[in-house]
Design a protein around this ligand. Sequence first.
Ligand SMILES: [Ca+2]
Ligand SMILES: [Ca+2]
Ligand SMILES: [Ca+2]
Length: 498
Amino acid sequence: MSPPTAPPQVLEIISALAAAGFPEAEVAVAAATVFPQLAAIDLAVCLVDQQSYPTSTRAELSAALGATSHYSNAEIESAADVLFPPPPPAAGDLDLTFGTGGKIITDFDGRPADARDVLVQSDGKLVVAGYTTNSSSTSDLALIRYNMDGSLDPSFGTGGKVTTNFNGNSGFGYSMIQQSDGKLVVASSTTNSSSTYDFALIRYESNGSLDPSFGEGGKVTTNFNGNAGYAYSVTQQSDGKLVVAGYTFTSSSGIYNFALSRYESNGSLDLTFGEGGKVTTGFNGLYDSGCSVTQQRDGKLVVAGYAGYAINSGGNNIDFALSRYESNGSLDLTFGKGGKVTTDFYGNADYAYSMTEQRDGKLVVAGVATNFSIGGDNFALSRYNIDGSLDPSFGTGGKVTTDFYGNADCGFSMAQQRDGKLVVAGYATNSSRTYDFGLSRYNIDGSLDPSFGTGGKVTTDFAGGDDRAYSVAIQPNGNIILAGTSDGKFALARYLGV
Ligand SMILES: [Ca+2]
Ligand SMILES: [Ca+2]
Ligand SMILES: [Ca+2]
């Protein structure tokens, strides 16, 4: 709408006071006192119209009008909107329709909690999985479901929250999928009677109750021949089977290896996969862990994670690592060397935590790479051709790294937008040396997307403390959800995607 014409008497008062050098707020108070019936927008027009006395910004105008006490905040805002329209929403802005200013914090009765994964259900609701400390000081798996506007969904668990105890042992929620039938599956690990870890899977009905048709009362645990097994990722195959990936640790040798297990839909191990439903893969090193598993469109399974230094090398050159498998669990010999690929960035420790398959079949992996020259720990991505070779059309020789403020940054999760752009979420260390949510967006060639945030990057602080995003999901409307942990509570933020 066009601004109203300023009443001439008000213009005269403002001109006289402005010429006499009175501060802007006092000019506004005088005008509003003499003409109390004057609408906020009229006074705003008068102030802005006086070239001898330019109110040049939205903030100055709001301050001047606010000083009069004649106008409500809503009136001041609407006047400011007319004269100084707010910038149009831009990609990377917090979505102000979500929670409070785009952010949500949820706790579990004040007990420490960590959120590790978020998904958008087929009905648009958001589910976050993680874990929380219980009254026995062990960890329970923890889930929260939110409505699309970020309010807690009372139809899930108790007031939107579910916690699951593992028969008195600690359990953790790291990765979650929604099955095609709507049920939720969470991959986890739980301590066993030998005080090591077993893979654990838990399935929930859509209302948050444990699914009795899965394993024992909704729970499945898998022991890796007496060795510790720690699960980080779960996916559902196109045939409905569930695949879990993580690592095994053999205490006698001190060796960590990639580990996978596959399950029938009732939770029993799929005996057609590997040995008795289980597969382990080593990379000639001590310290290998699978962190993300996905099924390619061609049915093959790929695991991304990291592979560590050689035995007795004493080094720290950990690399991104991928392994690909045929559907029976044997290594796919058409991929890399004997089914395995490793990628080094700067000769230091590099950890891959997330992976996505592009529509063209290329694999993109994201995590963190340490560069002692520039920026310390930085977001890192690499892209691979179908045979596992690095894709030179992505970044520099197939690799991309992103620093935020010159400090430690870590990318934990990646998602691909419908337009093919990639978003990576994690944390960025700010100038106060605390963590904020960090989010970056990349064009298809790996360059930062300048239309997103500031030069392709966004950071979000919650309450001045440490905030880490562990998971990113994209809503059907393109908006971007980050979930993680803020000072021991579940934290979510939503950003405009377009
Ligand atoms: Ca390395
Ligand atoms: Ca950095
Ligand atoms: Ca922070």
